[in-house]
Ligand binder design. Structure first.
Ligand SMILES: [Zn+2]
Length: 121
């Protein structure tokens, strides 16, 4: 499985500077060190590990949309749009009684597991 993590970079006052997602955290942070002007403000980084890249990407979009990191500004609008589009698609799928494709949806995960167990028996 393709695990990945979501990381949050904070400045010395605890303000959120940046949220990112990567399967190779250390390489990505090295990259930021080289090309992001805000890197010098970073004092603390929180890392959250996910089992799949989809879950991590979803958590990243949600975090960017809801936590408004200072330096995700360009990405913020598009992440928010993508997030809303996915939420809408999820709502429509649930209303139609089919499984949505949001990786972290526990409701559909339970439904899929149930169908799989019925198919297996
Ligand atoms: Zn669902």
């Amino acid at each position: 499985m393709n695990s990945a993590c979501v990381y949050r970079a904070y400045d010395e006052t605890g303000a959120l500077l940046y949220v990112g997602c990567s399967g190779r955290l250390l390489a990505r942070l090295d990259q930021h060190r080289g090309n992001k002007p805000w890197w010098s403000e970073v004092r603390h980084i929180d890392v959250q590990q996910f089992d799949s890249r989809d879950d991590a990407l979803e958590a990243e979009s949600a975090a960017i949309a809801s936590e408004s990191p200072r330096y995700n500004a360009d990405l913020h609008a598009s992440a928010e749009r993508a997030w809303k589009t996915r939420r809408l698609a999820q709502e429509v799928a649930h209303k139609r009684g089919v499984f949505c494709n949001v990786a972290s949806c526990s409701r559909c995960a339970r439904g899929r597991a149930y169908e799989a167990s019925r198919a297996a028996s």
